[in-house]
Design a binder for this molecule. Structure first.
Ligand code: 2M8
Length: 428
């Protein structure tokens, strides 16, 4: 772990991060990066909002408002909003057949948005009530949609690897192997035209991703019809911990607005109990469980360490965190470096993701562990040395995936930059 950067370095990187955000701004929404991801992604936007908050508060709120404007009639807020069709990304709106008010995908993504909205309000006490009030009911309906359609024994499930945001993590290798892909004929991926194939999921993964999309599209994404027969349903710590925290934060937002938050508060103990069903007693970690086969994944991932963010401090987790971080130069690796499935550069099978580091570190801060401050410094150093990549090789720090990435820039501006730590009351 290292000392904070020199002030000139900080200033230069703050400017670079702002420039990236401005370049990725498409007017009302941000793309994660030019080329590879030309649309609005749900959790990317939530992180983008806190990045904008460092220099343009109005633009920060607009990011969330645009996202919520894509909310479906049933309450779901989609994982991608296809504002303008771009042939550079596959699968696009025609393949998804979303039925919302704006072309979109038919699944959601980790609901960090309420937590980021609370952060915006803290940063903007004068306008917080005015900007959040019109969105409050939409947020409640979205959170309720998860409670209605995604619970298994109180833990939150994903119905597509893309729903968790951790697309190709080894956590669902077992569930993916059990999913029989359809014969999809020829299709052309676009991601490997932007980024080296060694950093991306395999074709066998894409066959399954697209099979699930085809099933949902055929059923017009009607949850009642899909629920019983859906062939991929995995209880996931990412979703469970992030939604649990988001319920707490949404309840706080509702209280500030003088709204009745009893329904939101009633969801909290359900997810607290659900989180404990993700405790793998043999591995002694929070783990993924395939609800169809009942099998554990037996993986320690960066999502396992979101427990503190959710308000849960389990004694066994800190030694795991220290162990995986000792094995790499830059923590937190997305998969256990001691596992044979670990791949340092392949997307969610090993690389470090700055925005998950922020959530993990802030959870640690809240429980008074120094590990949070150390992780912030370590993440700052990773970005100083390697730029604003989509993700990073944890062993060397080498930038991987897309470059000039919105969420890495946003995380720098809001949290990792030494300036942010001084300015923001939440920073450790
Ligand atoms: C990645 O996922 C998309 C599909 O949603 C893709 O690979 O095409 C993931 O890292 C996801 O978490 C992220 O939101 C998205 C955009 O940054 O890219």
């Amino acid at each position: 772990m290292t000392m904070d950067a020199q002030p000139q370095t900080t200033q230069r990187l703050d400017q670079e991060a702002r420039d990236i955000m401005i370049r990725n701004d498409r007017g009302g929404y941000s793309v994660p990066t030019h080329g590879l991801y030309p649309y609005q992604w749900n959790w990317d936007s939530a992180f983008a909002a806190i990045g904008y908050a460092a220099f343009d508060m109005d633009r920060a709120w607009i990011e969330l408002e645009t996202l919520m404007a894509a909310q479906w009639h049933d309450g779901m807020v989609p994982h991608i909003v296809f504002h303008e069709v771009d042939p550079g990304y596959f699968p696009g709106p025609d393949i998804w057949g979303g039925v919302g008010p704006v072309p979109s995908t038919g699944i959601s993504q980790p609901p960090v948005a309420a937590s980021m909205a609370l952060r915006l309000w803290d940063n903007d006490p004068e306008m917080g009530a005015e900007r959040f009030l019109p969105m409050f009911d939409g947020f409640v309906r979205w959170h309720r949609w998860f409670m209605d359609w995604r619970l298994h024994d109180g833990a939150v499930c994903i119905t597509h690897p893309w729903e968790s945001g951790r697309d190709n993590t080894p956590d669902w290798d077992g569930a993916m192997a059990n999913l029989i892909p359809r014969d999809l004929g020829e299709y052309q991926r676009r991601d490997t035209g932007h980024v080296d194939a060694s950093m991306r999921p395999h074709k066998s993964d894409y066959d399954r991703y697209l099979t699930l999309v085809a099933i949902g599209h055929e059923a017009r994404w009607e949850q009642g019809a899909l629920h019983a027969s859906w062939p991929f349903r995995v209880a996931d710590p990412t979703m469970t911990f992030i939604l649990l925290r988001a319920h707490r934060d949404l309840a706080e937002l509702g209280r500030r607005l003088g709204r009745d938050v009893s329904e939101i508060e009633s969801w909290i103990p359900i997810l607290e109990a659900g989180a404990e069903t993700l405790w793998n007693p043999e591995l002694k970690t929070y783990d993924v469980r395939d609800t169809l086969s009942g099998e554990w994944s037996c993986c320690v991932s960066n999502a396992s360490f979101l427990c503190w963010w959710a308000g849960i401090d389990r004694a066994e987790m800190l030694p795991h965190l220290r162990r995986v971080n000792r094995a790499v130069r830059f923590g937190v690796p997305s998969h256990d470096p001691e596992s044979p499935a670990f791949e340092a550069k392949r997307y969610w099978r090993g690389p470090v993701w700055a925005m998950l580091n922020m959530l993990i570190a802030e959870g640690l801060d809240e429980f008074g562990y120094d590990d949070g401050a150390l992780l912030r410094q370590n993440t700052a150093r990773m970005i100083e040395e390697n730029g604003f990549a989509e993700y990073f090789d944890p062993i060397t720090g080498a930038p991987a995936g897309g470059q000039n990435f919105t969420w890495t820039a946003a995380i720098w501006l809001d949290w990792a930059s030494p300036r942010a730590r001084e300015e923001n009351r939440w920073a450790g």
